[in-house]
Design a protein. Structure first.
Lengths: 409, 418
């Protein structure tokens, strides 16, 4: 059979193309750089089927797989580690957990190795000098680690973040003091708090415990930044609640609000006012911030204006140590609330009378003494009448020593 | 063109298209993955057995199985599986634990939130009811503790211990202690130092065993510990010279903390060691005094005086004055402020003297019974004003502010006197 040149060429081409297709199909799979890096050619022999008596047994089959090994992603460098983990589809949360845990471990190692290697009896200036040098080196290493974490995870991740999830009690306290927040916002808040703490610690770290004006300014600036970031993150009502609750924690330690007629809304407003004069988030957040004497005075004036004279008097009394003692005593002895109030009034009247007698230069020493004794007797009678014998006896050992020594007032 | 030619040309086109597709598209990894994934999993799951030797060994067939790895292959809703998968790929144990700890903690987060949410809206109401507030806190605390216990049980099931980091922590503190012992024994030969460190580690292990021995009372345990310590000392003493043993005793005594307390002083190592030896001897001598003896106080004071005189003789009168100052707790904060503000070296001593003089003056005024209250108050205020002025001159306004912030409490005695 004679074939035309066209069909001959076509058939040859068919053969060549078929050959090429078979070759391509048989070719080993191409690997992405990551895959080839991850390949660990570890032979795994297929489970052997018990060999019967075949005279012509099948050839043993060895599967060579690229079974994955951790050493493929392992890296000293945190940024590289994060990149490697992401490349194999590790969820961002897990990448973060691994990197943060390693960072903490690294920082811990660093702080434990920061002690300089010195001859045992080195002391004084030489020791201090060596310590300063070692601390400087450690600080550089620490900064390097933290910069690496930031590059690996972004600037909004801080190594303290995870601690809140580990300690359930602390987490609960922060939640309770933050007020109701959506979970996403709470996570952001936890991150912000962690970053704020890290930054404050960094300022304090180089002060050797000695805070100078610049440090105070730097801390205040950080506080302002923190507040601005909070304001950007939260609704005004959320921010108000977040400021008021920690401020109240400080107040609640000092003031027996249950001895006043104030409502929950009133005391919330008092806390909001107080928060305006200091920044509860400036120092230790849970402590509710500390106010300077001047700030305390300004806050008191504003609270007085809000409450009005009568209720402010209650508020002031509820913060008075002598009143709080009497209030607790009354409750312990199931006395009506008015009893503590009346006993406290007696105490105050007596104190005023004693002060007046002390200042009265027209009196001789003997006359003054006599009058003081008379005031004291009257006070004893009144308090005994108000508190009753049993509570009065207890009072003598619970802050009521003035009843037998009015001079002490 | 006949039919055969047409067919052949069509086949040309088809084959060409197929070859181009194979070249451009390449193999399909997802199919590969699925296939090899099942295969590899299957192989992993079955025990590996060695095939019995065949009569005539055919050539082994090698099949390359390629698998694109994805983290999802490790994850499992079952923590046991997740841990096993992580370990199977050689993930370091601390990292396995880091991953699982974080994951488990996250698992509990919504439950913590739920517990708080129950009372979150009652914050202001509870402030007005302190007793209820306290009860609520206690109740929530118990609930949170229960959650933590539940988590710890899960950790125990996964890692055999409620704190998955405890092994790591134990290793770390053991390494710290070892470094500490090595530092104490660094003057010994390598072999002797190793023996010293080993003896300490052995003693610690024995203490732990002793504390875990059931049925021993507290005093029995104490006696046993003393016995173990004595045996360790005896064995150490046998392998060391008398000087080496004495040096070890000194380095392990409280007197060795002198190195950390000599603020701002420049003494040679040999001098510091000699002073520490004097202090150690003094402490030993004081400890030997019967505490109930009538002259206990006077004899203690006498011993202290002797020790001071010996120290003065050893380091010279000038250095001794600096030594006394350097070990005075009042000096350390002053020194820190001068260091922080990079003030001249003499400033710290100057400020220290101002404080001492001021305190002496206050003491005298307070002790003077002839003074009326007003006069006493006026004198104290005058001392206070003068002291403040002197401090400000020495420290500068910035330094004084920092010092007051750090350790200014003592200055209140000028104004708070009744």
């Amino acid at each position: 059979m004679k074939l035309s040149p066209t069909i001959t060429i076509s058939l040859c081409l068919n053969l060549a193309l078929a050959g090429a297709a078979v070759h391509l199909l048989k070719q080993p799979v191409s690997r992405t750089p990551r895959e080839s890096a991850s390949t660990i050619s570890e032979p795994i022999t297929a489970p052997a089927v018990p060999c019967l008596t075949a005279s012509n047994p099948p050839a043993p089959t060895t599967f060579v797989t690229n079974r994955f090994g951790w050493n493929v992603v392992e890296a000293e460098d945190l940024e590289q580690l994060a990149t490697n983990l992401r490349a194999i589809g590790c969820p961002e949360k897990t990448v973060r957990d691994v990197v943060v845990a390693r960072t903490r471990r690294g920082l811990d190692r660093l702080s434990r190795s920061a002690e300089p290697k010195l001859p045992f009896w080195t002391a004084g200036l030489r020791r201090a000098q060596a310590q300063r040098t070692a601390e400087g080196t450690a600080a550089v290493a620490r900064a390097k680690i933290l910069a690496s974490v930031q590059r690996a995870l972004g600037r909004d991740v801080f190594i303290e973040d995870g601690r809140l999830t580990e300690d359930f009690v602390e987490q609960a306290i922060v939640r309770f003091l933050s007020g109701p927040l959506a979970e996403e916002k709470f996570s952001q808040l936890a991150g912000l708090l962690a970053r704020h703490k890290t930054q404050m610690d960094a300022v304090r770290a180089h002060t050797q415990g000695v805070l100078v004006e610049e440090d105070e300014t730097a801390l205040k600036t950080l506080g302002r930044q923190f507040r601005q970031e909070l304001a950007a993150m939260l609704l005004p009502t959320e921010l108000e609640e977040l400021s008021a609750r920690p401020a109240m924690m400080k107040l609640a330690d000092d003031v027996r609000f249950d001895a006043t007629d104030l409502s929950p809304a009133d005391i919330r407003e008092v806390a909001i006012i107080r928060a305006q004069f200091g920044d509860p988030m400036m120092g230790e957040w849970f402590e509710g911030g500390r106010l300077s004497d001047q700030q305390e005075a300004q806050a008191a004036m504003a609270i007085r204006e809000f409450l009005g004279e009568s209720r402010y008097a209650q508020f002031e009394r509820a913060a008075n140590g002598a009143f709080k003692t009497l209030f607790d005593l009354g409750r312990d002895n199931n006395l009506p609330p008015v009893a503590a109030l009346q006993a406290f009034e007696v105490c105050q009247l007596t104190a005023r009378e004693v002060a007046r007698l002390r200042e009265d230069n027209s009196l001789s020493a003997a006359e003054r003494q006599q009058q003081l004794a008379s005031v004291q007797t009257q006070a004893q009678t009144s308090v005994l009448k108000v508190l009753g014998a049993e509570a009065c006896a207890q009072y003598l050992n619970r802050g009521g020593a003035w009843l037998t020594n009015a001079n002490g007032l | 063109m006949n039919l055969r030619t047409k067919l052949s040309l069509s086949l040309n086109a088809l084959l060409l298209g197929f070859v181009i597709w194979l070249t451009c598209a390449g193999p399909r990894p997802e199919l590969r993955t699925d296939a090899s994934h099942h295969l590899t999993r299957g192989l992993r799951a079955k025990p590996q057995t060695t095939p019995p030797p065949a009569a005539s060994e055919p050539l082994p067939e090698v099949v390359a199985v390629s698998e694109a790895f994805n983290w999802a292959q490790l994850e499992s809703a079952n923590y046991h599986e997740y841990v096993a998968n992580l370990r199977a790929i050689g993930c370091p144990e601390p990292t396995v634990r880091d991953i699982i700890i974080a994951d488990v903690n996250d698992l509990f987060t919504p439950r913590v939130k739920a517990l708080v949410d129950e009372v979150n809206g009652r914050f202001w109401e509870l402030i007005l009811q302190p007793d209820d507030f306290e009860k609520m806190i206690e109740f929530k605390h118990d609930q949170l503790r229960a959650l933590e216990e539940e988590r710890d049980e899960l950790f125990t099931a996964l890692f055999g211990e409620s704190n998955p980091r405890s092994a790591e922590n134990i290793l770390r503190s053991a390494a710290d202690r070892r470094a500490q012992w090595e530092r104490i024994g660094d003057f010994l030969s390598e072999e002797k130092c190793a023996r010293f460190v080993a003896a300490h580690e052995e003693l610690e292990r024995a203490w732990v065993d002793c504390s875990r021995t059931p049925g021993l009372t507290g005093s029995q345990q104490q006696a046993k510990c003393k016995e173990l310590e004595a045996a360790r000392d005896q064995s150490l003493r046998a392998g060391l010279t008398a000087e080496e043993y004495a040096e070890l005793q000194l380095r392990q005594s409280p007197a060795s903390s002198l190195c950390e307390r000599l603020v701002g002083l420049d003494l040679s190592e040999e001098t510091v060691r000699a002073v520490a030896r004097l202090q150690f001897a003094n402490t030993e001598a004081q400890a030997a005094l019967p505490p109930k003896a009538a002259d206990f106080k006077s004899r203690t004071a006498q011993l202290q005086q002797q020790s001071d005189e010996q120290t003065r003789e050893l380091i010279g009168p000038d250095s001794f004055a600096a030594f006394r100052r350097a070990t005075d707790v009042r000096y350390e904060p002053i020194y820190r402020v001068t260091q922080r503000l990079e003030l001249p070296a003499a400033t710290a001593g100057q400020v220290y003297d101002i404080r001492r003089q001021a305190e002496d003056a206050v003491h005298q005024v307070k002790a003077d019974q002839s003074l009326a209250a007003e006069a006493r108050r006026a004198q104290l205020q005058a001392i206070g004003a003068e002291t403040r002025q002197s401090l400000s001159a020495a420290f500068g306004a910035k330094g004084l502010a920092a010092y007051e912030n750090l350790d200014g409490g003592w200055m209140q005695q000028f104004t708070s006197f009744k």
